[in-house]
Design a protein around this ligand. Structure first.
Ligand SMILES: [Zn+2]
Length: 91
């Protein structure tokens, strides 16, 4: 989680698409369609490539194309970290 900390102010940097590197692990939800209802489950995948706000992600034998707003880097700070330690506004 070190690389999410700002060197200038010591607060935590908000996750942006360009901060997610190739081969890093991300969490996202995929829909499981069953006969009478649809559910979703959390999947952990590896980033292969980024195209703007979209990511190509591999998870086992499956490939996904996921929008940035629907995924989360596995090593990124969670919401309460920003509340506790502050959010960086240096840029
Ligand atoms: Zn800062």
């Amino acid at each position: 989680m070190k690389n999410w900390k700002c060197e200038t102010c010591g607060r935590y940097i908000r996750v942006k698409p360009e901060k997610i590197e190739k081969n890093s692990k991300v969490v996202f939800r995929v829909c499981i369609n069953s006969r009478c209802h649809s559910k979703s489950k959390a999947v952990i995948g590896k980033v292969l490539e980024r195209k703007g706000d979209f990511f190509y992600i591999v998870c086992g034998v499956d490939f996904y194309y996921v929008n940035f707003k629907d995924l989360y880097p596995i090593n990124a700070p969670v919401e309460f970290i920003y509340n506790m330690f502050g959010e960086c506004y240096c840029d």
